[in-house]
Design a protein around this ligand. Structure first.
Ligand code: SAM
Length: 291
């Protein structure tokens, strides 16, 4: 068995110097240099030797080494040209790793799951580039990629938003979308000194375990998400005003008020007070009133 070595900052610095690597801010490059955090990510993701793992943004391959030890097979997708030769070097001792050079947002992940895991659910593990956290996570859920769990390092504030419920100021469209698809659990808070270079914000590792079935059912899932987005677009407005002002929705004031009343909600309620279940019921009221 090969021992992961890149978690030790000394080796990270050696590799960076050997290749004269220059960090690219535009790619959200903050490399992990803390073995405790790496061990925590691996244990939280519950990877076994049966698992196929997709890693997003391997950097110089630090976490990839740990993943390769724990999993049956790993595919890592990296956008930065300069990192490809480095990854070839740092991962040469692991024969169960494939590095793909490309943009994760343009990668056909369903195809990877099909080819590498016969279409069975895969695990996604990443220290994400923070500038595209939401499109990556929503893309994984909405494009029906077979995924059993997503264990990711994200900005602390974003992790809080994913996990929170009504009544907190972090509650929003992302909370509801994530909780519709998965059970979120923050498993570690990670300070800036665990990265090189240090990010300006705090970070957290969050594990999203995909639901077998969504926790609520609705007649029109797309409409429910349009209502959710419209409700949080104008956070300080009442639900009724946000919905009738939305460009995404065709309803008149009368229709909006009828649906809210039909749901048993007061007309002065704000969107931020509604649970996922209440959004599902509201969406059904709109469907029924417009039949
Ligand atoms: N996994 C490494 C680690 O933990 O040390 C690096 C994590 S760093 C926060 C994010 C990585 O994602 C960088 O290597 C960056 O180049 C890569 N990246 C940024 N945008 C990407 C994209 N659109 N597709 C694939 N990789 C991307």
């Amino acid at each position: 068995m090969t021992t992961p070595y890149l978690g030790n900052p000394k080796y990270t610095i050696e590799v960076l110097q050997k290749y004269g690597f220059v960090f690219q801010k535009r790619f959200g490059q903050n490399f992990l240099i803390d073995t405790h955090v790496l061990d925590r990510i691996i244990s939280a993701s519950e990877i076994t030797k049966d698992d196929f793992v997709l890693e997003i943004g391997p950097g110089i391959g630090t976490m990839t080494q740990y993943l390769a030890e724990a999993a049956r097979e790993v595919t890592a997708v990296e956008i930065d040209d300069a990192l490809i030769p480095i990854l070839k070097d740092t991962l040469k001792e692991w024969d169960n790793v494939t590095v793909l050079h490309g943009d994760i947002l343009k990668t056909d992940i369903c195809k990877i799951a099909e080819e590498k895991n016969q279409g069975r659910p895969i695990k996604v593990v990443a220290n994400l580039p923070y500038y595209i956290t939401t499109p990556i996570i929503m893309g994984l859920f909405e494009s029906h990629v077979p995924v059993s769990s997503i264990t990711v390092m994200v900005q602390k504030e974003v992790a809080d938003r994913m996990q929170t419920g009504p009544g907190s100021k972090e509650y929003g469209a992302l909370s509801l979308a994530v909780q519709y698809y998965a059970e979120p659990k923050i498993v570690a808070n990670v300070p800036p000194n665990c990265f090189m270079p240090r990010p300006k914000v705090g970070s957290a590792v969050i594990c999203l375990t995909r639901h077998q079935n969504p926790p609520v059912t609705t007649l029109d899932e797309k409409l429910m998400f349009r209502l959710i987005r419209a409700s949080f677009n104008q956070r300080r407005k009442t639900l009724s005003n946000s919905l009738k002002n939305s460009q995404e929705l065709p309803y008149s004031r009368e229709e909006v008020e009828a649906a809210i009343t039909e749901c048993g909600l007061p007309l002065n309620i704000r969107g931020e007070a509604l649970t996922l279940e209440q959004f599902a019921r509201l969406s059904d009221c709109f469907v029924k009133l417009n039949k």
